[in-house]
Design a protein around this ligand. Structure first.
Ligand code: ARG
Length: 464
C-alpha cells in the first residue's frame, strides 16, 4: 500500500511501521528550517523558469503558493504534521495540496540531499550574523566598563594567587580581545558556510540545464560547491560553526567563573544586581550567582554538540547517509544556547556593583609590590636575576616579621641593598607602579586609553 505521506512510497508495498516512522522523521525538529526551505524553493523555481525548464505560469503558481505557505506558517495557520518525514516533504505536500501537479515540478533538478544542505547553510548565514551582533553588543558593554574603570585598581592573579597590581579596565580588556577574535573567527566560518550546495541533487548532479550560479545569486551565496558529492556529503561547515561557538563559550565560562569568585564572600569584588541573582530556599542570607553558573554549565552542552557531530561524521562513506539527520538537534540547541548566553551576559555585568574599595584593599596584602622592587633595582642597574633575589629576601623578611613591604623603613630596605633610597616608596605605590607600565598592552591609563581608542575604531569596522 502506497503511503501519501512519503515521497518515495511507490516502490514499497507496505507503509512504514508507526514507531519506525516516528523514529525516521525529523520534522519535529527540522520544522525550524521552514522559512529557509521555502526561500530555497522560491530561488530554485525562479532559476528553473529562467532556464526554460518550467513555464512562466508554472513559476508564478509555485512562487505564489510558496509565499502563501510561508505566511500561513508564520501566522500559525498551519500545524506541522509530524507523520511526514521531514520539512522538505511537508512543504512539498502543502504546495501540491494548494496547486496540484504543478507543485510537483519544484523538485525538478533537486533532491532532499542538496535541499537539506542548502537549508542549514541558509539558516546558519542568518544565525552567524545574529551571534555576531550579540558579540558586538557584549564588546561594547565591556569597553564602556573599561572607560569607567581606568583607575579601578585591583590585583592581577596567576595561579589564583595575587601577582601584580592592575586595573579592572585592563582585566576586562583581556575579554574584549577574546570576543573580538571570536567575532572574526565567525567571519571566517561564514565565508565557508556561504557556498551554495543546490544543484548537486542526490549526489551526481542533473541532466537538466540548470544554472547554479543564478540560484546562488538569488540566495546571496558567494560561490557554489564545485563537487556534487562533496556538496551533499559534508557537514564540516556545521562542525566549524560549533567549534567557533565552543570557543565563545570557553571565554564566557572563564568570565562567568571569575564573576562567581569575585562575588563570593571571600572576595566581595562585585555584587550582582538582585534582578540577576537568586536566593536560597533554606539559607536566607544567600545571594547566589546562578546565572553565571548556568553560563559556565551550558558550556558542556555546546562542547557536547561539537563532539556529537564530529563523531557522527567520522568514517561516513560518501555521499549522503541518514546519520547526517543527527546534525540538527545539537546544532539548533547550540545556536539557541549561545544566543541566550550572549544576550544575558552583558545585562549581568553592566548592572553588577563594583566594590572598588575591596578591590584596592586586596592589593595591600600578598606582596603584590615585590616585582616593583625588582624593577626599581633594575633601573638602578642591578641585573634582573639579582634584583629578583633581593626582592625575594625582602618578602621572606616581611613574612617573618609580619610586615608589609610598604611599611618597611628606608633603613630596613638598605639592609638588603645599598641601592635603595627614599624614592622606593614612589616606586611601590600601586598607582605609580601601574602607570609606569606605558608599553601598549599594559595597564597604565595612557596605554589603556590608546587600546580603547583602537578598539572603538575596530567596532566601527566591524558593524554587523
Ligand atoms: N531529513 C533528512 C536530513 O535531515 C533530509 C535528507 C533526506 N534524504 C534522504 N535521502 N533520506 O538529513
Amino acid at each position: 500500500m502506497e503511503s501519501t505521506k512519503q515521497l518515495w512510497g511507490s516502490r514499497f508495498s507496505k507503509s512504514l511501521d508507526k514507531k519506525t516512522n516516528d523514529f525516521n522523521s525529523s520534522l519535529s525538529f527540522d520544522c525550524v528550517l521552514y522559512k529557509y526551505d521555502i526561500l530555497g524553493s522560491i530561488a530554485h523555481t525562479k532559476m528553473l523558469f529562467e532556464q526554460n525548464i518550467i513555464s512562466n505560469e508554472e513559476k508564478e503558481k509555485i512562487i505564489n503558493a510558496l509565499n502563501q505557505i510561508l505566511n500561513e506558517i508564520n501566522e500559525g495557520k498551519i500545524q506541522f504534521d509530524f507523520e511526514y518525514e521531514d520539512i522538505h516533504t511537508f512543504i512539498e505536500k502543502l504546495l501540491v495540496d494548494k496547486i496540484g501537479d504543478t507543485g510537483k515540478k519544484v523538485h525538478t533538478a533537486r533532491s532532499r540531499n542538496d535541499q537539506v544542505a542548502l537549508d542549514i547553510r541558509l539558516y546558519l548565514k542568518d544565525e552567524i550574523r545574529n551571534i555576531q551582533k550579540l558579540l558586538i553588543n557584549l564588546i561594547k558593554t565591556l569597553i564602556s566598563m573599561q572607560d569607567d574603570n581606568l583607575e579601578t585598581l585591583m590585583p592581577g592573579y596567576t595561579h589564583l594567587q595575587r601577582a601584580q597590581a592592575t586595573t579592572l579596565s585592563h582585566h576586562l580588556g583581556a575579554y574584549v580581545e577574546m570576543f573580538k577574535r571570536d567575532k572574526k573567527r565567525l567571519d571566517d566560518t561564514y565565508s565557508r558556510v556561504n557556498i551554495l550546495p543546490l544543484g548537486a541533487c542526490a549526489l551526481c548532479g542533473t541532466p537538466h540545464n540548470i544554472d547554479r550560479y543564478k540560484t546562488a545569486g538569488y540566495l546571496g551565496f558567494d560561490d557554489i560547491c564545485l563537487n556534487s558529492m562533496d556538496a551533499v556529503s559534508d557537514r564540516d561547515f556545521i562542525i566549524e560553526t560549533l567549534s567557533s561557538i565552543s570557543l565563545i563559550m570557553t571565554h564566557i565560562s572563564r568570565m562567568a567563573e571569575e564573576i562567581i569568585i569575585w562575588s563570593s564572600f571571600e572576595f566581595k569584588f562585585v555584587e550582582l544586581d538582585d534582578s540577576y541573582s537568586t536566593g536560597s530556599s533554606i539559607m536566607p542570607q544567600k545571594k547566589n550567582p546562578d546565572i553565571m553558573e548556568l553560563l559556565r554549565g551550558k558550556t558542556g552542552r555546546i562542547y557536547g554538540s561539537l563532539i556529537n557531530i564530529l563523531t557522527v561524521m567520522k568514517g561516513l562513506p560518501l555521499a549522503y547517509n541518514k546519520d547526517m539527520q543527527e546534525d540538527k538537534e545539537p546544532l539548533f540547541d547550540s545556536i539557541n544556547t549561545i544566543k541566550n548566553s550572549l544576550f544575558i551576559l552583558p545585562l549581568v555585568i553592566k548592572t553588577m556593583k563594583i566594590n572598588k574599595d575591596n578591590m584596592f584593599n586586596a592589593l595591600k596584602q600578598g606582596f603584590i609590590d615585590a616585582t616593583d622592587i625588582a624593577d626599581y633595582l633594575v633601573k638602578k642597574n642591578l641585573p634582573f636575576r639579582d634584583a629578583h633575589k633581593v626582592s625575594g629576601s625582602i618578602v621572606s623578611y616581611c613574612i617573618k616579621e609580619n610586615k608589609t613591604i610598604s611599611n618597611l623603613t628606608t633603613d630596613e630596605f638598605k639592609m638588603f641593598s645599598p641601592l635603595f633610597e627614599d624614592d622606593i616608596y614612589e616606586a611601590i605605590d600601586f598607582k605609580n607602579s601601574i602607570n609606569a607600565k606605558k608599553v601598549i598592552g599594559s595597564p597604565s591609563i595612557e596605554a589603556m586609553k590608546k587600546v580603547i581608542e583602537i578598539n572603538k575604531n575596530w567596532l566601527k569596522d566591524n558593524e554587523v
